[in-house]
Design a protein around this ligand. Structure first.
Ligand SMILES: Cc1cc2nc3c(=O)[nH]c(=O)nc-3n(C[C@H](O)[C@H](O)[C@H](O)COP(=O)(O)O)c2cc1C
Length: 175
């Protein structure tokens, strides 16, 4: 893939919020996890974990925890991507809290792009009641749910989202 193909790959992804119920295949799930495992992580500790939820009732429970966002209940697979504080803090102390969140965020990004590479759709979902999600998928206290990634075959929105000009993010040398 050359650099313009890479940019094309990135710009052709979009958050999808309407899904059919065709299940995500085991092959696709394995590919998505293999890709996530290539993500960089602080100290190579891979301080992230993921709970895969396919059961419809469980997804509807997660939808409720996500303030009723229907794509969570609709998508055939919801990945609850988590930061593992103990794995990171055992090496980095307090700083490990930040590292674990970053590790989980990068892993989730790789999963999202891996789904795209497989012709699947996804929607990163950050708005949810943490304690409800935690209880629903039985997370231990040292595991923090960072994102619900809805994955499946869906309906692309009519138009892609706009972006700020890259220069608006940019500061040279100092803010
Ligand atoms: C940290 C984060 C939290 C997000 N939370 C939600 C969410 O709760 N619900 C939702 O529908 N989309 C959510 N999104 C998706 C964004 O709305 C979406 O990425 C953004 O509008 C850009 O659109 P695009 O992904 O189609 O390019 C979230 C994305 C990120 C990175």
């Amino acid at each position: 893939m050359d650099s313009s193909e890479f940019l094309g790959f990135l710009t052709s992804r979009s958050s999808v919020r309407e899904y059919g119920n065709e299940p995500v295949s085991d092959d696709d799930i394995r590919f998505i996890l293999d890709c996530a495992s290539t993500a960089p992580s602080a100290g190579n500790l891979e301080s992230w974990d993921v709970v895969l939820v396919t059961d419809e009732d469980a997804r509807l429970g997660l939808q409720e925890a996500a303030f009723g966002q229907e794509h969570i209940g609709q998508a055939p697979l919801v990945a609850v991507v988590c930061a593992n504080y103990v794995r990171s803090m055992s090496q980095y102390g307090e700083r490990g809290i930040l590292y674990a969140v970053q590790d989980a965020t990068i892993a989730c990004t790789y999963m999202m792009l891996a789904a795209h590479a497989r012709g699947l759709h996804s929607c990163w979902t950050g708005a949810f009641a943490e304690e409800e999600v935690r209880a629903m998928v039985s997370l231990p206290q040292h595991i923090r749910p960072v994102a619900l990634l809805a994955i499946g075959k869906g309906q692309m929105p009519a138009s892609l989202t706009d972006r700020m000009a890259p220069s608006e993010h940019l500061h040279y040398g100092q803010w």
